[in-house]
Design a protein around this ligand. Structure first.
Ligand code: ZN
Length: 344
């Protein structure tokens, strides 16, 4: 079968790789219907040192179960399933607590040791704990939104939930990428009435407004902080959803959070130190967030998509086949595409 491999920064190729097959009785093999390129794929795309073997890419997918191991009980051949961005057994203490990203028998896609999901098919370990069947056809118009539960929308939701967003909280979302826009939609879904979106790409912030943002702040840095404070009577917002991962974004987050408030970060941090110094101590700020346990949120979020109340799949603004994946990476890196859907 064919799959996407990255050989070094800027070099993604589609190559023949071995077909996935059942290796453990708890495995499933899934034919990929839809995958996508993640903002986090752009970090290696900008910096990966050369590798002769290539690195398998992709960690978000939705597909059809083609084969199952002898111990798999919750999914059947022919099921359309969501593949969350980590696999998990569903039975250990962490999984039972809803933190599948720390599963004792879990793992993640891609790299040099395991298959990635930007491919025609994949072996899914711990199929019972990982996969979620959805009652839709292989050509359903809901596929993009269902795919978003595999990572991007679940990550935005995790950011809002860990920040404590609800009807009584004001929200600032930092970043108008696909995760930031997902965080806006998640905050709106949780009842937030005031959602300030910090971003400067109008095509993206326009979608943010449709998702529920009440204000857009295009300024960055100190100017951006001043603008958000001006909009909030000088105080800042109760919650800040940091969806970028760069140092200036986390600094802005501490600048716009209200005293006693919460900063949640879900952008993969490209910084080593968070400025939680004495000044922040005096303001009683909570820092939370982290990698999202997408699997934990699926039962809660699925009905809203199946019943048409939310459409997080609107973050996909370009569709490619496998051959188009290298161009898809380029388009996202050039900020020419917001998020690229792959239809292998
Ligand atoms: Zn587990």
């Amino acid at each position: 079968m064919r799959a996407a491999l990255m050989f070094e920064a800027g070099d993604v190729r589609i190559e023949e790789v071995p077909d996935p097959r059942i290796e453990q009785p708890t495995d499933a093999v899934v034919r990929i219907l839809r995958s996508c390129i993640c903002g986090s794929d752009l970090w290696p795309y900008g910096s990966l040192p050369h590798t002769d073997t290539g690195r398998r890419m992709g960690h978000e997918a939705l597909g059809v179960v083609e084969d199952i191991g002898s111990e798999v009980a919750t999914v059947r051949r022919g099921d359309v399933v969501i593949v969350p961005f980590v696999w998990s057994d569903g039975t250990c203490e962490f999984c039972r607590e809803g933190l599948q990203t720390s599963c004792r028998h879990g793992g993640s896609w891609g790299g040099t040791h395991f298959n990635g999901l930007q491919a025609e098919a994949a072996r899914v370990p711990q199929a019972d704990g990982t996969l979620v069947s959805v009652p839709v056809a292989e050509d359903s118009a809901l596929l993009p939104s269902l795919l978003s539960l595999s990572d991007v929308f679940s990550t935005g939701h995790h950011c809002a939930v860990t920040a404590g967003v609800g009807p009584a909280t004001t929200v600032t979302v930092i970043g108008d990428g696909a995760v930031g826009l997902s965080a806006v939609l998640a905050a709106k879904r949780l009842g937030a009435e005031r959602i300030i979106l910090m971003g400067r790409h109008t095509a993206r912030t326009d979608l943010g407004v449709e998702f529920g943002a009440t204000d857009v702040v295009a300024e960055r840095g100190e100017e951006g902080v001043a603008k958000v404070r001006e909009l909030t009577g000088g105080d800042g917002t109760h919650t800040v959803l940091e969806c970028v991962g760069l140092e200036n974004a986390i600094e802005t987050a501490f600048g716009v959070v209200r005293d006693g408030g919460t900063v949640s970060r879900v952008g993969a941090p490209q910084y080593a130190v968070v400025p939680m110094d004495f000044r922040v101590f005096l303001r009683n700020i909570t820092l939370t967030g982290g990698v999202a346990p997408a699997r934990a949120y699926l039962p809660e979020l699925l009905p809203d998509i199946l019943e048409g109340r939310i459409e997080p799949g609107r973050v996909f603004d370009r569709t490619v086949d496998l051959v188009g994946v290298p161009a898809g990476y380029r388009a996202m890196a050039d900020r020419d595409a917001l998020k690229v859907l792959i239809r292998p």
